[in-house]
Design a protein around this ligand. Structure first.
Ligand code: NDP
Length: 331
């Protein structure tokens, strides 16, 4: 068996390029006591990895140049030196971008049967939990309220849209293509979907929200948020989940200053990290799995085939190539 791994070759300046990564042949590692050997099946590419490619202090250590990139993945146990896992088990956890990884058994969890295993990286994994806790815990949407979601056709965003519909809200999604917006309306029941790449987004949001905005779930920040924040209602809640529009900027982007909108509306703006909800993950997964089995939740995945295309799949997040969860199928 030949192992391969993908390393950070250089730090991206602006938009990442394929030159920032290199693929290297390595040996398949041997598991030690308490470890398992896992063959990668699906690799998750996520926007936050861009932050880890930057030098400097953040909530998580940066990748060093020359280091293997790591992210969530689903794989099959080939060898086990832990009583918790058997060869053939399907597991998920954080792994290097490698064909074969060893991992401590305590860092892995078994992927339950009942849904396709790739969902452990999307609707039944970190993005699904992010939508669930961000919207329900911080946003606290109430029936009849207007919820606006940016990045609405992505993994987190499309889940937020649907949970807001389950809660009886009027939902307005903002995404980057007419095709994505058609999906949001026809497949997911979003009330209005706006293409922020065409026309006057501020006017479109205003027309879509005649009663103002009660909850804004922000995945993108930047100009899209500038168009949304002036329409807040009294006691509005703004969930700062992500700011993908600025992840590739080398200089800070000074846009609209939101303080006045928060002040005059007694509004709450709160950022969060999904890791902060770790103690409640099983509650979130249970509820999401139930909604999925009842047909109340749908999901989409964009599958890029081939391990060596992992960097390309990652870069595609920043050009909006994905509908729903962007995943690499390794084989
Ligand atoms: P997505 O599946 O939403 O993929 C990223 C999407 O962002 C693209 O498809 C693209 O869609 C959109 N996008 C890219 N560039 C821009 C831009 N300049 N302006 C506006 N939209 C842009 O990713 P995820 O669902 O995994 O993540 C969504 C957000 O949530 C990210 O910001 C991520 O960092 C954040 N996040 C935060 C977590 C937390 O703990 N707080 C946990 C998980 C994710 P389009 O075609 O619409 O442009």
């Amino acid at each position: 068996m030949q192992n391969k791994e993908i390393r950070l070759a250089s730090r991206p300046a602006g938009m990442p390029t394929l030159d920032n990564f290199n693929t290297v042949n390595t040996v398949v590692p041997q598991p030690k006591d308490g470890e398992v050997l896992v063959r990668a099946l699906y690799i998750s590419v996520d926007p936050y990895l861009r932050g880890r490619m930057r030098e400097g202090r953040s909530y998580i250590a940066p990748f060093e140049v020359g280091q293997v990139i790591e992210s969530g993945a689903v794989g099959e146990v080939l060898q086990s030196r832990s009583p918790e896992f058997q060869p053939g088990d399907i597991v998920t956890g954080m792994f290097g971008w490698r064909l074969y990884n060893t991992a401590n058994a305590s860092s892995l969890r078994k992927v339950p049967a009942g849904a396709p295993i790739s969902t452990a990286l999307g609707i039944l994994g970190m993005p699904g939990l992010t939508a669930y806790f961000g919207l329900l815990d911080i946003g606290q949407p109430k029936e009849g309220e207007t919820v606006v979601v940016s990045g609405a056709a992505g993994a987190v965003g499309m889940t937020v849209c649907q949970i807001a519909k389950i809660k009886g809200c009027r939902v307005v999604g903002v995404a980057g293509s007419d095709e994505k917006n058609l999906y949001l309306k026809e497949e997911l029941g979003v009330d209005v979907a706006i293409n922020y790449k065409e026309g006057d987004t501020r006017l479109a949001v205003k027309q879509a929200c005649p009663n103002g905005i009660d909850v804004y779930f922000d995945n993108v920040g930047g100009a899209v948020s500038d168009a949304i924040l002036p329409l807040l209602n009294q006691a509005a809640r703004i969930i700062i989940c992500g700011q993908i529009s600025i992840y590739n900027l080398d200089q800070p982007d000074i846009g609209l200053r939101p303080q006045t909108y928060l002040l005059v509306n007694s509004a709450l703006m709160k950022g969060f990290m999904i890791t902060g909800y770790a103690a409640r993950f099983s509650e979130g997964i249970r509820q999401m799995a139930q909604w999925l089995s009842e047909g109340k939740l749908k999901y989409a995945e964009t599958i890029v085939e081939g391990f060596e295309n992992t960097p390309r799949a990652f870069i595609g997040l920043f050009t909006g190539e994905n509908l729903g969860k962007q995943i690499v199928k390794v084989v």
